[in-house]
Design a binder for this molecule. Structure first.
Ligand code: SAH
Ligand code: SF4
Ligand code: F3S
Length: 467
């Protein structure tokens, strides 16, 4: 690839909403556009191309898109008045779901492209510059995007995302993802390993494997046999320089024995797992089409905790799914009490057009949804605070990821995904170091280099708290 000089370099601004896969996709769109001379910039002002990578999961997500498009319209006009131009593209799940409706409401948009078409971006940019109307690509192409995407150009830094699986065949009653991302697809193991090696060569020390239903991974392994996620993790853990692995998002139903065993056997696999349960009521879980009961979820949690007693769990919850009664909701609260989560995301049910739950009878009144969400969030918040406090006094291995907020500070990440702030020289970034946790804050921890207090660098993570 030839690197464009300053005169031909074009400015690309990418704005990303939604899940980690969208964050990963944005890095891949930048990779695809790099050979055309586009280099990422931090703000839309003066950009030659703006891509809004959107999320459709809840209502407010698409409203944010249209208000952003309103602001960009002005910017585009100003650039055109000054003799320049701005290619405006809408990507992601709103693009997939709404397609031409976007250019109907915002005719100043040049390109609308769904998540399975990113490899075709250069061709779309060329067409957009020739065509009078907008370019809209929202089919799910037969060819595999991953076979046509270039190798990464840009480093993602110390912590990186890597999509191993995309799409979902589960069709939960409330969810748009099977419609916006399409059918489940697992990338071949060799392609994943090669990409992981490149990420590590580019400086990554922690990789999070991504998939809408990541633990349903069944990519082609050597000799044509399918590999599960556990097998893939074992292979990736062998890459020199790769210190940590994580994966998200998992479905409780797809937590197989080999993956559970990986939590026991693979030290690089971090003791933290996001395992959405949505509800604690069997009636609601059935209405949601989740394919498991509350007891089955608790059994999965037990197997995981047996394999890795230090495991911290996070989850997703929906309050007020159609048909949810006060008693159903009480069962969700009881499940939360029973499990004890380190972190959780909870949402008020939001009807999504085209999904089965949106048209279901017995929609829960808005005020009731609000009250339930609030009760749930209060409980989850208390559990998160308790978990964070339980880390105080421990010496934990912290991966230093970059500069902190204040001079002399660096930011890092605990094994349990909490941000950690501490005083350390910047040249230690990229290393995993023992840190004594001194204080817990609502969403982070702070500590002190354990080496600095005279402790040996090999202290175990579970070093008992000092009196
Ligand atoms: N693949 C993941 C979740 C993807 S969406 C899984 O299997 O659970 C992320 C979260 O958004 C979901 O777990 C769910 O809690 C929430 N969510 C999805 N659709 C929603 C809707 N219509 N209303 C409210 N929350 C929703
Ligand atoms: Fe959506 Fe359910 Fe698939 Fe998760 S498993 S992406 S919630 S349909
Ligand atoms: Fe949103 Fe699409 Fe991710 S709807 S959560 S960006 S898969």
């Amino acid at each position: 690839m030839t690197v464009p000089d300053a005169a031909t370099r074009k400015r690309l601004f990418l704005r990303t909403w939604g899940c980690q896969m969208n964050v990963y996709d944005s890095t891949r769109m930048a990779d695809v556009l790099a050979p055309l001379g586009y280099a990422p910039v931090e703000a839309p002002e003066g950009a030659d191309m703006v891509i809004l990578n959107t999320c459709h999961i809840r209502e407010k997500a698409s409203e944010k898109l249209f208000s952003e498009l309103g602001r960009l319209r002005e910017m585009k006009r100003e650039r055109e008045a000054a003799g320049g131009g701005m290619v405006l593209a809408v990507a992601g799940c709103v693009a997939q779901a709404e397609g031409a409706e976007i250019t109907r409401r915002a005719p100043w948009v040049d390109i609308v492209l769904g998540p399975q078409t990113y490899h075709r971006l250069p061709e779309m940019v060329a067409r957009a510059s020739r065509a009078a109307g907008a370019v809209i690509e929202t089919e799910m192409p037969v060819e595999q995007k991953f076979d046509h995407l270039p190798e990464q150009a840009a480093s993602q830094g110390i912590t990186a995302f890597l999509t191993v699986q995309e799409g979902c065949d589960n069709f939960c009653s409330f969810c748009v993802v099977p419609y916006t991302r399409g059918a489940e697809y697992s990338r071949p193991a060799a392609a994943v390993v090669a990409e992981a090696r490149r990420l590590v060569a580019g400086g990554a020390r922690e990789i999070t494997l991504l998939g809408q239903n990541v633990n349903a991974y069944h990519g082609e392994g050597p000799g044509g046999r399918a590999w599960g996620l556990g097998r893939l993790i074992r292979e990736l853990a062998e890459i020199p320089g790769l210190l940590r692995l994580r994966y998200t998002t998992s479905h409780p139903r797809d937590m197989d024995d080999d993956l559970v065993a990986a939590h026991r056997d693979i030290p690089a696999l971090m003791p933290y797992l996001h395992l959405p349960v949505q509800s604690g009521s069997d009636r609601v879980l059935a209405a949601m089409n989740r394919g498991h009961t509350a007891a089955e979820f608790l059994a999965v949690v037990e197997r995981l905790r047996e394999a890795q007693p230090d495991l911290a769990l996070s989850s997703d919850f929906i309050a007020g799914h159609p048909g949810e009664t006060a008693e159903d909701f009480a069962q969700t609260m009881a499940l939360v009490e029973r499990v004890g989560f380190a972190l959780a995301y909870s949402f008020k049910y939001s009807p999504r057009p085209g999904t089965p739950a949106a048209g279901a009878p017995f929609q829960v009144p808005e005020a009731e949804k609000d009250a339930r969400l609030q009760a749930l969030q209060t409980l989850l918040r208390a559990q998160q605070d308790e978990f964070n406090r339980s880390r105080v006094g421990l010496v934990a291995p912290v991966l230093l990821t970059g500069p902190g907020r204040h001079p002399g500070q660096v930011a890092g990440r605990s094994p349990w995904l909490q941000p950690v702030h501490l005083a350390a020289p910047l040249d230690m970034v990229g290393r995993e170091v023992p840190v004594r946790i001194l204080a817990a804050h609502p969403n982070s921890l702070s500590g002190l280099l354990a080496a600095a207090e005279g402790a040996p660098a090999s202290l175990p993570a579970e070093e008992p708290a000092p009196a």
